[in-house]
Design a protein around this ligand. Structure first.
Ligand code: FAD
Length: 443
């Protein structure tokens, strides 16, 4: 079933383009490809179709759909969404001038007078506003603008793209030449694609977390400080034995208390689920997490959107693991280590922190070592009296600590520069690409 759903959108997009071709060759005025104005019109429509398909695919990529996300992982889908977002604007940008140019040639009018005339057509002004909103969202997502905005400001503006799409839909349905064509196949395909995208986004982004809340009634049971900066939040709920989580996955949490409701933030499950309670461990990093540390109270209800992510044991190609965590990057690996130890799969955790006081779960990790299948090597960068490993974790150190690393699956989670350096270093030292898995704490 999941595979069928995966094919619906690409198949629909292909059909839409084929129908565009058919409608252009066999239009009410003959083949559009036979004169310049017709050709410009056909290409303008194609640009509109490709742009709209691009926007729909963008929404699907961030819909967190269960038939899509486990196959690639949410971070990869998000990266694809970023990349796609740089290409689609070209189709959206060339769509209006091509159509205007075509009509100007047909009417013997100047480009700008034709442009002003078209602006008066029904549904064109909202479409122009919609396109402007979508392009603004794209512009603000370019690396040099995004860097200057807080996550919240960027995210709010990004949501404008949804409004932009809503504004632009009317003109597709009212004016789209292919929708009005004699043969209604294009229209059926198009309505189908719009409905498929709308239902997917609505269900997975909005209704599913609400439905889970209704079913499980998630509520904060207690909070426990693991280090001065990391707080574990224990969640209770009904029927948690039916809430399936793979160790290594994460969820987006929306705490239902004043000051928290408007933001959902991603956090990894920091323990394998036991059917009784869930645990997240949250580092104080910015506004939201600092407020959580200061104000979160037992009894606070929350919406859980998840679990998500493919940073799980299902990805393993070998029968041994190397886990490398930097600071709070331990959370998914702590859960994974528990699962691997329970399955007697041999694993080594190399865990880097600044000082002894910054190490979370030290006792839990020591407890896991008793299974005999797991060991931890702590590496501290700012603890001069530390008798163990000191300094930073790099590929050479991993090779020394775990000489058979190339025969293992490596799971990396930590600050992005550390992960990039380790990924490159381990690959250079002979670890095959398929055995390297990482979770970036950024979407
Ligand atoms: C898959 C994943 C798993 C994570 N697991 C954990 C975990 O187990 N424990 C933990 O402490 N942290 C985890 N994080 C990081 C955590 O989400 C951020 O630290 C937190 O959202 C920061 O919010 P802030 O407002 O306090 O800080 P800010 O200073 O506002 O944000 C710091 C950075 O966090 C990211 N961020 C902020 N808000 C959001 C948001 N709503 N959605 C997505 N990213 C956001 C942005 O990249 C931003 O630059 C995880 C992140 C991801 C993507």
């Amino acid at each position: 079933m999941k595979k069928i759903l995966l094919l619906v959108f690409p198949a629909g997009a292909l059909l839409a383009v084929l129908f565009w071709y058919g409608n252009s060759v066999d239009s009410p005025v003959g083949s559009l490809f036979s004169d310049q104005a017709g050709l410009l019109l056909a290409l303008g429509r194609l640009a509109g179709i490709v742009g709209a398909l691009g926007v729909m695919s963008q929404l699907l990529l961030v819909s967190r759909a269960k038939w899509l996300e486990p196959l690639f992982g949410l971070d990869r889908l998000t990266r694809l969404h970023h990349f796609n977002g740089l290409i689609i604007p070209f189709a959206l940008l060339i769509h209006p001038p091509l159509i205007v140019w075509s009509h100007a040639l047909q009417n013997g009018a100047g480009f700008f007078s034709q442009y002003l005339a078209i602006l008066k057509w029904d549904d064109i002004l909202p479409a122009a506003a919609g396109e402007t909103l979508i392009l603004t969202a794209v512009f603000l997502s370019l690396p040099f603008t995004r860097r200057r905005l807080s996550y919240e400001a960027w995210h709010s503006v990004h949501l404008l793209a949804y409004a932009g799409l809503a504004f632009a839909i009317g003109h597709q349905l009212e004016l789209g030449g292919d929708l009005a064509a004699e043969l209604r196949y294009f229209a059926w395909t198009w309505y189908g694609l719009l409905a498929f995208t709308g239902v997917t986004v609505l269900w997975y982004r909005l209704l599913r977390p609400l439905w889970f809340y209704k079913k499980h009634g998630f509520v904060v049971d207690r909070t426990v400080m693991e280090t001065p900066d990391i707080m574990s939040v224990y969640i209770k709920g009904n029927g948690l034995e039916n809430f399936t989580v793979e160790p290594g996955q994460f969820a987006l949490l929306r705490f239902w208390a004043p000051g928290f409701k408007l933001q959902a933030h991603p956090f990894s499950f920091s323990r394998a689920a036991d059917g009784k309670e869930l645990r997240f461990s949250i580092k104080k990093l910015g506004d939201f997490t600092a407020k959580l540390h200061a104000e979160l109270k037992p009894g606070t209800p929350l919406l859980i959107d998840g679990p998500h992510g493919a940073f799980t044991a299902a990805r393993m190609r070998t029968d041994k693991a190397l886990l490398v965590a930097g600071g709070i990057g331990i959370t998914p690996l702590r859960a994974l280590a528990e699962q691997l130890a329970a399955r007697k799969i041999e694993s080594v955790l190399v865990f880097s922190n600044r000082g002894r006081k910054d190490i979370p779960f030290e006792k839990e990790l020591a407890e896991l070592e008793k299974t005999g299948a797991f060991r931890t090597v702590h590496v501290l960068s700012e603890e001069s009296e530390w008798p163990g490993e000191k300094g930073r974790v790099d590929a050479e150190r991993l090779k020394r600590l775990v000489p058979d690393f190339a025969e293992r699956d490596a799971f990396l989670c930590g600050p992005p520069p550390m992960m990039a350096a380790l990924n490159a270093g381990l690959r250079r030292l002979g670890l095959p690409k398929k055995q390297v898995h990482f979770e970036a704490f950024s979407l």
